[in-house]
Design a protein around this ligand. Structure first.
Ligand code: SF4
Length: 155
């Protein structure tokens, strides 16, 4: 398997315990990866996962989800036989629980597709019992097949 990339894999995740108002408070700091702004979030686990530091409401949801049940969209490639391109890019249709990412990668490493492959074609119907499929993200033509023009200019 090549070009494996896990959306949102790279983030800073620093946990620390702080004493505040005479109470033991557990805060987690992380970088929001929902958009390029990369806000530094602080999530207070002992206060209903209250989030601070966000630039918008999406960061609040991300901060809570990341601590309670983190998810990732998995993008990868699978082998293709009978095509000029040897790899087909694929991705999970939606985010899957982070704990299933490596199992899903192992499943993909054992798959070989036969050309042609269509964009949106289901590669795995149900990843690790999540109910979420993995689909191809581009068309792969058979070796020697003529690429169809995207538009025609009529004379
Ligand atoms: S909190 Fe909002 S503005 Fe900040 S990085 Fe996340 S999505 Fe972007």
């Amino acid at each position: 398997m090549q070009n494996t990339e896990i959306t949102g894999w790279y983030y800073v995740h620093v946990s620390y315990a702080a004493r505040r108002r005479g109470m033991e408070v557990s805060m987690t700091e992380l970088i929001c990866i929902v958009c390029p702004r990369g806000c530094r979030l602080a999530v207070d686990e002992q206060n209903s996962y209250a989030v601070s530091g966000q630039g918008c409401t999406r960061g609040v949801q991300y901060g809570k989800d990341e601590l309670i049940s983190p998810v990732r969209v998995l993008t990868s490639t699978v082998r293709v036989n009978g095509a000029e391109l040897r790899q087909c890019p694929v991705k999970t249709k939606n985010a899957i629980p982070k704990g299933f990412v490596f199992s899903a990668m192992r499943l993909l490493s054992g798959i070989e597709l036969a050309a042609p492959v269509s964009e949106g074609q289901v590669i795995i119907e149900d990843v690790c019992g999540t109910g979420i499929p993995i689909v191809a993200t581009r068309d792969i033509m058979q070796a020697g097949a003529q690429q169809q023009p995207e538009f025609c200019i009529q004379a």
